[in-house]
Design a protein around this ligand. Structure first.
Ligand SMILES: Nc1nc2c(ncn2[C@@H]2O[C@H](COP(=O)(O)OP(=O)(O)O)[C@@H](O)[C@H]2O)c(=O)[nH]1
Ligand SMILES: [Mg+2]
Length: 496
């Protein structure tokens, strides 16, 4: 995510760092680079101009030039302005009494509307809300089926006490395009049904087009008039840059949007849409989609995204993910084993599995400070994880407990059993050896436990603690990991 933007920002500030004193022209040069980086990331031109002007005004007007660590001051100003550009935090959903609260999901074709409807239903179900999902996209029978399948998946597989129901009228697909109003009829029927079922929220999955056109807008306006949604959300593909922003503007003029949901944040987005959409529409970004799975919807936190863009990582989100998928006891037990150097292959496998549950390796790595910009060079093969799993599963229980048993003939047997090569097996054993050695050295600071303990601290501090490389430290952050370590240990002792 934001790979090249992060690179370019880092470069711009690297030229400033290390200098005891910087001049006005140094600042201007750095901002020229920032400006180019933003334009290349496909950020809207007016946004770029406004942004660079504000940063320059602040930088030149403040103590930056006179301060001891000018580059850090600059990063702080840019960080603050990025937050301002994308913020505020507004994931709040207003519920009406009596229900249902009607949410209309709009957007271009392929932007992720249907998927997001499912994710939002899962999000609400977790909070105990009952949801009706209505298939108002009648362009193809498959669109109706897609939402039906998703609704069922949310109801069957996703946690929470809410009930998720589906309303669809596949027979109306044939009418679509001939008689105007099929979408309106389905929406009205869905509202009646949701009301009768006592749903808290009704989500309308509407039709999209590849480009905005009058017919689509006309249809959406009619649905809007017929059921007067309480919230209209625009789903925007974060990978599409300015195009997305232009269409967002057009949607907003026709429908009075309440918020934006940015999807495909897990992909390598250039950042254009994320950085422009709020400024251009004036509407808050509510959520971001971070994967294809139903739990891949996150509340939008501009500060965290700003940190990710600046290569400081997003430890807070990582910790939240870890907490969702790994229990306190599990983390503690693992921590103890690691400290004693008693980690087994089974533990190793367990850790790999819980990491997998948290999302794609690439999206997780992107949250680590200093890793973001290097990601694109890294070959993070998700298949590799599958192979690792297969290899460990081909080991006997005894072998998993004691890796020292694994001589050449055992390695060959395991390779055969897992459909891999002896080299693969040896490689894994080597990695395992390294990991258990490392964890022994970390002495009691298992990764999960470490992350969890960290979650109580401020995000900026975290970036420093984890030793965010490549980026200058922010003021007041201390000098990095070595200095912060003792403080972390103290915290731990207290909690025992
Ligand atoms: N990687 C990723 N893919 C997504 C995300 N949201 C949607 N998609 C994918 O985008 C494609 C289009 O999604 P869909 O919901 O059918 O779009 P619609 O035409 O707007 O309803 C599907 O392949 C989805 O799996 C996301 O947050 N991340
Ligand atoms: Mg769809």
């Amino acid at each position: 995510m934001f790979g090249s933007l992060t690179d370019k920002f880092s470069n711009a500030f690297r030229n400033l760092s290390g200098r005891g004193k910087i001049s006005e022209s140094n600042v201007r040069e750095a901002m020229d680079e920032v400006r180019t980086a933003l334009l290349e990331a496909d950020v809207n031109l007016t946004v770029v101009e406004a942004f660079t002007k504000r940063v320059l005004d602040k930088a030149l007007g403040s103590e930056v030039l006179a301060s001891l660590k000018p580059s850090q001051q600059m990063v702080k100003i840019v960080h603050d302005e990025l937050i301002d550009l994308m913020g505020p935090i507004d994931s709040h959903l207003m519920y009406v009494q009596p229900g249902p609260t009607v949410v209309m999901m709009c957007g271009l074709q392929g932007s992720g509307k249907t998927t997001t409807c499912g994710k939002l239903a899962a999000y609400l179900k977790k909070q105990g809300k009952s949801v009706t999902l209505a298939a108002v996209d009648l362009q193809r029978p498959a669109a109706v089926t897609q939402l039906q399948v998703l609704s069922q998946q949310v109801q069957d597989d996703m946690p929470g006490s809410g009930i998720v129901r589906f309303h669809g009228e596949p027979d109306k697909v044939a009418e679509y395009g001939k008689a105007v109003g099929a979408a309106v009829t389905v929406s009205k029927n869905a509202l009646k049904k949701a009301r009768a079922d006592g749903s808290d929220v009704l989500i309308l999955d509407t039709a999209g087009r590849l480009h905005i056109n009058d017919q689509l807008m006309d249809e959406l306006r009619k649905v809007n008039q017929a059921v007067t949604p309480h919230q209209i959300y625009l789903v925007v593909d974060a990978m599409t840059g300015q195009d997305a922003v232009n269409s967002a503007k057009a949607f907003n003029e026709q429908l009075e949007l309440d918020g934006v949901i940015l999807t495909k944040f897990d992909s390598d987005t250039r950042g254009g849409a994320a950085l422009s959409v709020k400024h251009v529409t004036g509407k808050p970004i509510k959520f971001i989609g971070t994967g294809e799975k139903l739990d891949a919807l996150e509340e939008f936190h501009p500060d965290r995204i700003a940190s990710r863009i600046l290569g400081m990582g997003d430890i807070v989100s990582l910790v939240e993910k870890a907490q969702e998928h790994v229990s306190e006891e599990e983390a503690l037990a693992m921590q103890e084993k690691m400290a004693k150097g008693k980690m087994t292959m089974d533990d190793f496998l367990g850790q790999l599995k819980s990491i997998r549950k948290m999302g794609s390796i690439k999206s997780l790595m992107g949250m680590l400070p200093g890793v973001g910009s290097q990601l694109k060079d890294l070959d993070l093969d998700e298949k590799q994880l599958g192979r690792t799993e297969a290899i460990i599963q081909s080991m006997t229980a005894q072998e998993r407990r004691n890796a020292d048993l694994l001589d050449n003939s055992r390695r060959r047997r395991i390779a055969r059993g897992s459909g891999t090569s002896s080299q693969d097996v040896s490689q894994l054993i080597k990695s395992f050896g390294m990991v258990s050695q490392m964890s022994k050295q970390m002495a009691g600071m298992g990764m999960m436990g470490k992350l969890k303990a960290m979650s109580g601290l401020g995000q900026m501090d975290l970036a420093a603690m984890a030793g965010g490389q490549g980026m200058p430290q922010l003021p007041g952050m201390g000098t990095g990991s070595t200095k912060k370590q003792p403080r972390f240990k103290q915290r731990k002792r207290k909690s025992r």
